[in-house]
Each structure stands twice: as C-alpha cells, then as structure tokens.
Design a binder for this molecule. Structure first.
Ligand code: NAI
Ligand SMILES: O=C(O)C1=N[C@H](C(=O)O)C[C@H](O)C1
Length: 275
C-alpha cells in the first residue's frame, strides 16, 4: 500500500504513454496503478515493465478502463479523440482526476468532456509545457495591442506520425490571438491556403502545418504589417516536458472542486482561479 495518489496511463505504448511511465517513476509522487491500451493491442495481458524492455513491475496492461480507473485517483490520457471522450465519462464515474493531453477533439467531443467536467476534475490542454502556456499569454497581449492591419499567421511543425492539424497548440495560440482581438476564432480562422485564394482577408488568423521526420513540436506566431514583423516562437525538443506538465496537473487536481481546468490554472498563471 502507498499513500501516493494512484494513476492510470492510457495509450501506454504510445510516444507520450512511454514518456509518462518514465516521468511518473522519476518524479515519485504518483504511484502507477494501471496501464491501458486499445483492445486487440499486443501488450494487453502482458507486464508493462517487460513490454518496455525492463524488469517486471506487476502492472499488467489492460483494456478495461472501468476496472483500472476504480483503483486510481488520476488518469493521464494522451490517446485519440474517441478514446478520450469515452475515458472522460468513465473517469468522472470513478471520481478520478482526468488529465487530457489528446488533441484533434471536435466541438461535440469538447461538449461531452465539458459535461463530465461538471462531475469531476478535468485538466485539459493542447500543450502541457510552461513555455507554450506563457506564449499564449504573450500572444493575447500582442494581439490586443495591435490593430487588424497586422496580419496574424500561426505556423507549426511536427513529426510525420502526427494525426491532427492544426496542432492543439496552434489552436490554443489562435484562440489567444482571437481573444486579444475580441473576435471569435471560428469567424476568422483561415487554414492551409491552396489555389486561387485571392488577397488575404483583413483580420483573418492563418494556420499552416509542416509534417516531417521526428520534430517534437515547434510553433511560431507571426504578426505582420507594412514595413515590420513580430515573431514569437516556442520549440519543444523533448517530450518529457509534456509528461512533466501532465504529472503536475494530476497532482494539482487532487484537492480541486469538479470543473474543467487548463494548464494556466495548474501553473498559477490565470489570476483569480484555482491557484
Ligand atoms: N497536450 C500535450 O502537451 C501533448 C499532446 N499530445 C497529443 O497526445 C496524443 C497522443 O500522442 P502520441 O503519444 O504522439 O500518439 P501515439 O499514436 O504514439 O500514441 C497514442 C496511443 O494511444 C493508444 N490508444 C488509442 N486508442 C486507445 C484506447 N481506446 N484505449 C487505450 N489506448 C488507446 C494507441 O494504441 C497508441 O499507443 C495526440 O493527440 C497528440 O497530439 C502529444 C504530445 C503533447
Ligand atoms: O502530437 C504531438 O506530438 C504534439 N501534440 C500537441 C499539439 O497538437 O499541439 C503538443 C505538442 O506540440 C506535440
């Protein structure tokens, strides 16, 4: 027995799943009590430590979320939209803090997650790093200070296995810029131009996605007007920073009231809430 909060890692064989197992072990403040993979995956029924190429841990990889969540105080989830939506309901039922890193969530997915967040603590962010969350604030401030004669373009680069575009981070930055300008991102978003697009529409926020090799994650927000440009940029060179943020969020959420929170809450960067 341990008095550390128990945590389940979903998508444990994935790029982030593996990183999370390592980070939880290094950090030492959470106890890994469960590891999930999708039904039919090779690792189901096998010892997690062995699957990761080390010694046995006694944690057997499973596809039974209800059973795993019932024994845990936190779930850290970097998987895929359909899985995350199902986990949100199950984690809420089990009363576990659900830390969601999954991106590519649709409007309907977000509505379902928000409903689960009325019964349990959810921390969701398209990027769990301190640097990117600070960058959202800087982006909001710059957008607020400049008029719409400044064009805003967001460029992101990721590895060639990434499933969604624009990235969750690019959308966070776009939301921040739109908020700074006092407009709705849905009304001004212009994604991946191609063909005879005509001149740029004043006030639009453009998104561009580069996919190649093993790029961990790079984001740049460009503000361009006649005669000058401002560019703010974040480069992630190690996935460990996302895992560290997720562990921090799982611990932070333990004594919080039900609600949907983000990393600004966790990092204490959002005045007046949850800090
Ligand atoms: N918020 C953040 O800071 C970050 C978010 N991400 C996001 O996390 C997600 C995962 O990224 P990666 O680890 O690179 O992908 P990945 O493809 O390497 O891993 C995803 C894992 O989830 C598993 N999975 C899918 N459905 C499942 C289910 N129903 N039950 C259990 N496991 C299931 C897959 O089998 C796979 O092992 C993506 O949406 C990505 O954009 C990635 C890095 C940082
Ligand atoms: O899929 C990834 O790898 C990443 N996804 C997140 C996103 O969509 O922004 C965060 C990070 O950039 C890595």
């Amino acid at each position: 027995m341990t008095d550390r909060p128990g945590v389940v890692v979903t998508g444990v064989s994935g790029r982030m799943g593996r990183m999370l197992v390592h980070e939880i072990e290094q950090d030492g403040r959470l106890a890994l009590t469960g590891a999930l993979e999708r039904s039919g995956h090779d690792w189901i029924g096998r010892d997690l430590g062995t699957m990761l190429g080390g010694a046995e841990t006694g944690v057997i990889v499973s596809d039974d979320a209800d059973k795993a969540f019932a024994k845990a105080q936190a779930v850290i989830d970097f998987t895929a939209p359909a899985a995350t939506v199902a986990f949100a309901e199950k984690a809420a039922r089990a009363g576990a803090v659900h830390v969601i890193g999954t991106t590519g969530l649709s409007y309907d997915d977000l509505k379902t997650i928000a409903a689960a967040g009325r019964r349990a603590v959810i921390v969701r962010a398209g990027n769990m790093s301190l640097g990117v969350n600070l960058l959202t604030q800087v982006t909001r401030q710059i957008a607020q200070a400049l008029g719409d004669e400044w064009d805003i373009e967001i460029v992101e680069a990721h590895h060639n296995r990434k499933a969604d575009a624009p990235s969750g981070t690019a959308l966070m930055l776009g939301e921040a810029a739109a908020e700074g300008r006092g407009v709705s991102l849905a009304d001004v978003s212009d994604r991946g131009r191609d063909g005879m697009t005509g001149p740029r529409r004043r006030g639009d926020i453009g998104f561009h996605a580069i996919r190649g090799g093993d790029v961990v994650g790079e984001h740049e927000v460009i503000f361009a007007t006649a005669g000058e440009r401002i560019a703010v940029r974040h480069i992630a060179s190690d996935r460990a920073l996302f895992a560290r943020g997720a562990v921090r969020a799982a611990l932070w959420g333990q004594d919080k009231a039900p609600g949907e929170y983000d990393m600004l809450d966790v990092l204490g960067l959002k005045p007046g809430r949850g800090t």
